[in-house]
Design a protein around this ligand. Structure first.
Ligand code: XIL
Length: 481
């Protein structure tokens, strides 16, 4: 049986630009020393996000590309682009077997020429689905769906960071929508879609994306059960997209806990379509509340190590889908219709630039917490200048398991660490986060990422992985240069 994350990559690196490496190290050091992030705050969302090991994205349509003030702002502030409509089925396969990727390609070229990555959106969705698909005999729908996915994901292979493979599959009560795909294949259409996408683009992170799943509720519970079952079957599901089309003042209080439970399955999570609509006209207290909301969303993502980034669904209040879809509502973005930053922008930026959490830091980081037992660690008398590492299995299934490794500094701070162990019975890592792995055969070597090498005396950081084979907790050694 395959592991839950069947991506072919052997190690995982987070979004990060070279220009931000120093800022990241400074931030990580500040975190390790339990200080506030120092004065050199980043001045754009993307720089600030990259310093925290995240991306900050936006949706852009082909129409947006012709509006220079909007695209200049997008290029300055964001490092990830989601095409607003251009990769949807009605745009890419308007009639059976006849594909058109022209508009999607324009978004990709724009992103590439500005050093931005792309979230592919989307491959299978009940909406913006051309009418001809509804007329396909049910026994041919799977073939049509797989052909659509294969053709599109192959066209964009290597050009997208992630795909929303299945978009909005759930009803509000946590049951699956009875769309044409469900009618033809039952719930199995989701596994079939993920498998087809993985075969076409093995390096893309594959997501299920939906709205009203941001908090813990019937809808997100349905998705959570499905995610567990897909992972147990070895289906290549890598992430959950929380659209986050909020109404001002209504960010769910369980947002972070909900992201944490999906992350604990070994999945990435992302805020994929953030906007925060206000009944018009918006007054200044609502704009302040909107800032509070944006700050809360960003902070929730920063608090969850596997939250890889936040994307806003648009750039400015003058170009957003909200008034057209929710009459009477508007002003959902971080910039107003004159491209001026709103309180929401300041709140998002300052959340990224402040705080003491970091993607690499264990939430339980505490010198007084005793390490898990391991022959390689010596909790009562730490070795000066050295570190210890302890492997703990946190989940296992037939043929695979997920582990967390705690790296703890001795009586002196460490600046860079290397953890090594040997697998006893043919195990192999399938996906690793918050560390960089090398080694071959049964020997594993994991080094720190640029952002989590500094660990204060007695403090700890963690990295995690999923692996193939029988769950094992070998003795690990830790060295620091
Ligand atoms: C919206 C687009 O922004 C609009 O231009 C279009 O008319 C309708 O779709 N959830 C999604 C997005 O996953 O694809 C939707 O985008 C917004 C809701």
């Amino acid at each position: 049986m395959k592991p839950p994350n069947t991506g072919t990559e052997r190690h995982r690196t987070r979004a990060r630009g070279p220009a931000t490496a120093l800022a990241a190290i400074a931030a990580a050091t500040a975190v390790a020393l339990n200080l506030a992030i120092p004065a050199q705050a980043a001045s754009t969302l993307k720089a600030a996000a990259e310093a925290r090991g995240r991306y900050f994205g936006t949706a852009l349509t082909r129409g947006d590309l012709g509006i220079s003030a909007e695209v200049n702002l997008a290029a300055a502030q964001f490092d990830m682009v989601t095409p607003g409509n251009e990769m949807k089925w009605d745009a890419t396969e308007p009639s059976k077997g006849s594909f058109n990727f022209g508009s999607g390609d324009q978004i990709v070229s724009f992103a590439q020429s500005h050093g931005m990555r792309v979230r592919g959106h989307n491959l299978v969705w009940h909406a913006q689905l051309p009418a001809w698909v509804g007329g396909v005999p049910l026994n041919q729908v799977q073939g049509v769906m797989e052909n659509h996915i294969t053709t599109e994901a192959t066209h964009y292979r290597g050009k997208v960071y992630a795909w929303d493979v299945v978009n909005e599959p759930y009803n509000e009560d946590g049951t699956l929508r009875q769309d044409v795909f469900y009618k033809a294949m039952g719930s199995g259409y989701i596994a079939a879609a993920l498998r087809a996408a993985h075969a076409a683009d093995p390096n893309a992170k594959l997501y299920i994306n939906d709205y009203n799943i941001e908090g813990i509720n019937a809808k997100s519970n349905g998705l959570y059960s499905l995610a567990q079952s897909l992972l147990a079957q070895g289906v290549p599901l890598h992430g959950i997209g929380l659209e986050s089309h909020f109404i001002v003042g209504q960010v769910p209080s369980s947002l972070q806990a909900n992201m944490e439970r999906f992350a604990a399955l070994g999945l990435d999570v992302a805020i994929t379509e953030l906007d925060d609509r206000i009944q018009m006209p918006a007054d200044s207290s609502e704009l302040q509340q909107q800032g509070t909301d944006y700050g809360r969303v960003v902070n929730a993502c920063l608090a969850v190590p596997r939250c890889v980034g936040v994307s806003q669904w648009g750039v400015d209040d003058g170009h957003t889908w909200i008034p057209g879809t929710f009459p009477g509502y508007g002003a959902p973005m971080m910039w107003d219709s004159s491209y001026q930053p709103k309180p929401a922008y300041q709140a998002a930026l300052s959340a990224l630039n402040s705080g003491t959490s970091s993607p690499s830091q264990s939430p339980s980081q505490s010198p007084s917490q005793s390490p898990l037992s391991s022959p390689s660690s010596s909790p009562s008398s730490p070795v000066p200048g050295a570190c210890s590492a302890t492997i703990k299995t946190i989940n296992s299934w037939g043929g695979g398991f997920q582990s967390e490794v705690t790296v703890r500094a001795g009586s002196s701070a460490v600046n860079g660490w290397t953890v090594k162990w040997a697998w006893p019975g043919g195990q192999s890592i399938s996906s690793l986060w918050n560390g960089v792995s090398s080694g071959s055969g049964s020997s594993v070597t994991v080094r720190n990422e640029s952002y989590n090498g500094s660990v204060a005396a007695g403090a700890s950081t963690t990295f995690g992985f999923t692996a193939n084979g029988a769950a094992a907790t070998p003795t690990a050694t830790c060295t620091s240069p």
